[in-house]
Design a protein around this ligand. Structure first.
Ligand code: CAA
Length: 362
C-alpha cells in the first residue's frame, strides 16, 4: 500500500496539499480527501489537517485503532473525509511529496545540503553577508527540510553556518524600507515557523555570531552545540525593532525572564560558556569540532526508530504549549501508542535477549 500526499506548491510560505491518496496493491483506491487551497486560508483548518495527517500516519503505520478513533471525529466533522478506512493489511507506507526521497541533495542558492550517513547536513552559505537570513536562504531551508521529511533514509538534521557566523540575523538590507502594510500583509517571518515544525530532530552546530534571527533560527533546533567562539544575542532593539521570530518567547523559555530581558533590552551578547551556563546550548566544544560533534550526536539519534524520535521530539515540544496535566496526558497517550510499533517490540526484545536492536521504522 502506498500513502501519498500531493504537494501543490507554496502560498506565502505555507504548503498546499491537494489530496491524500491511499492505494492498496491490487485493491481499492481511497481518495481520502480532495484537499484544496481553501484549507490554508484558515489556521484552524491547517492545524486540523496537520493533526489529521499525523494521526492518519500513526494509524496506517501502526494500525492504531486509538489513532483511528481520534482522527475520525474531527476529520469527518470538518469534511476532510466521509470515513477513515480501517487498514489492517500488512502494508508498507511511504510519504511522498513533490520532492522524491534524496532530491534534497542538490544545489541551492544559499545553502549546502549533503548526506552524511543517516544525517542531512545543511550549511547556511552566504558568507559575505555573515549568513544574514534573506528570503532566499529561508526558502532554501524550507525546500530542503520538506524534501528531507520525505526521505526515510534520513533520521536527523544538522544545521550549521560558517566559522565566523551561524547567522547574523534577518537581512537588514532586505527589510529596511518595508512599510507597516507590507510587513503586516505579507505576515513577514511567519514562514520561518516551518523550521520549528520539522518532525525530524535538528541539531544546530553554532560557530561565531548567532544574532537576532540567527539566534531565533537556532532556537528552533532541538539541540545546540556551540563552538567556543560562538556569540549569542538579540540586538534588534539597536535597530529600532524587537525580535520577530520567537526571540521574546523561546528565549524566555530557554533561559528565563531576567536573562532574556537583559539580552532583548540591552541588545548585548553572551559568549558560548555563558550560553551553556544559561541552558541555551547543550555543549561547548572547540570551534573546529562543532560540526563533527553535532554530526556524531545526530548520527546517534538517527540510529533509533524514526517514528519514535519524531514522537519524542513532538512530546518534549508539547511542554512549551500545554499545562502540566495536559502535557502528562499527551505524553502518556503517545507512550501508549508506541506499543503498536514493531520497533517497540524489537527494542524491548533486544534488551531481554542481550543484543543490539534493529529498528525498521515500523
Ligand atoms: N543583514 C544584512 N547584512 C548583514 C547583516 C544583517 N543582519 N549582518 C551582517 N551583514 C553584512 C554587513 O552589512 C557586511 O556587508 P558589506 O560588506 O556589504 O557591508 C557584511 O555582512 C559583514 O558584516 P560586518 O562588516 O558588519 O562584519 P563585522 O565583523 O564588523 O561585524 C556583526 C559583525 C557584529 C555581526 C555585525 O555585522 C552586525 O552587527 N550585524 C547585524 C546584527 C543584527 O543586528 N542582527 C539582527 C537583525 S534583525 C532581526 O534578525 C530581526 C528578527 O527578529 C528576525
Amino acid at each position: 500500500m502506498t500513502y501519498s500526499v500531493q504537494h501543490a506548491g507554496h502560498v506565502q510560505g505555507h504548503h498546499v496539499f491537494k489530496r491524500v491518496r491511499i492505494r492498496r496493491r491490487g485493491g481499492a483506491l481511497y481518495d481520502v480527501l480532495a484537499y484544496c487551497s481553501a484549507m490554508i486560508s484558515s489556521p484552524v483548518r491547517r492545524i486540523l489537517f496537520i493533526q489529521f495527517l499525523f494521526l492518519f500516519t500513526l494509524h496506517t503505520s501502526t494500525h492504531s485503532m486509538l489513532a483511528r478513533s481520534i482522527l475520525c471525529r474531527p476529520a469527518v466533522r470538518y469534511g476532510l473525509t466521509s470515513s477513515i478506512p480501517c487498514l489492517r493489511t500488512n502494508c508498507q507506507m511511504s510519504l511522498m511529496s513533490t520532492a522524491p526521497a534524496g532530491k534534497w541533495e542538490k544545489e541551492y542558492d544559499f545553502i549546502l545540503a549533503e548526506k552524511k550517513g543517516k544525517v542531512a547536513l545543511l550549511t547556511l552559505n552566504r558568507p559575505k553577508a555573515l549568513n544574514a537570513l534573506c528570503n532566499g536562504i529561508i526558502q532554501d531551508l524550507i525546500d530542503a527540510t520538506t524534501a528531507i521529511a520525505a526521505d526515510d533514509t534520513v533520521g536527523a538534521i544538522v544545521l550549521t553556518g560558517s566559522t565566523k557566523a551561524f547567522a547574523a540575523g534577518a537581512d537588514i538590507k532586505e527589510m529596511k524600507d518595508k512599510s507597516f502594510v507590507q510587513a503586516f500583509s505579507s505576515n513577514m517571518f511567519a514562514e520561518w515557523g516551518h523550521i520549528a515544525r520539522v518532525t525530524k530532530p535538528i541539531v544546530a552546530a553554532v560557530n561565531g555570531y548567532a544574532l537576532g534571527g540567527g539566534c531565533e533560527l537556532m532556537m528552533m533546533a532541538d539541540i545546540v552545540i556551540a563552538g567556543e567562539n560562538a556569540k549569542f544575542g538579540q540586538p534588534e532593539i539597536t535597530l529600532g525593532v524587537i525580535p520577530g521570530c520567537g526571540g521574546t518567547q523561546r528565549l524566555v523559555r530557554a533561559i528565563g525572564k531576567s536573562k532574556a530581558m537583559e539580552l532583548v533590552l540591552t541588545g548585548g551578547m553572551i559568549d558560548a560558556l555563558q550560553a551553556e551556563r544559561d541552558g541555551l546550548v547543550s555543549k561547548v566544544v572547540p570551534a573546529e569540532k562543532t560540526v563533527d560533534v553535532a554530526l556524531e550526536m545526530a548520527t546517534k539519534i538517527a540510529s533509533f526508530s524514526l517514528p519514535v524520535a519524531a514522537a519524542a521530539k513532538e512530546t518534549v515540544n508539547a511542554a512549551f504549549e500545554l499545562n502540566l496535566a495536559e502535557g502528562l496526558r499527551f505524553e502518556r497517550r503517545i507512550f501508549h501508542s508506541l506499543f503498536a510499533l514493531q520497533d517497540q517490540k524489537e527494542g524491548m526484545a533486544a534488551f531481554v535477549e542481550k543484543r543490539k536492536p534493529t529498528f525498521t521504522n515500523t
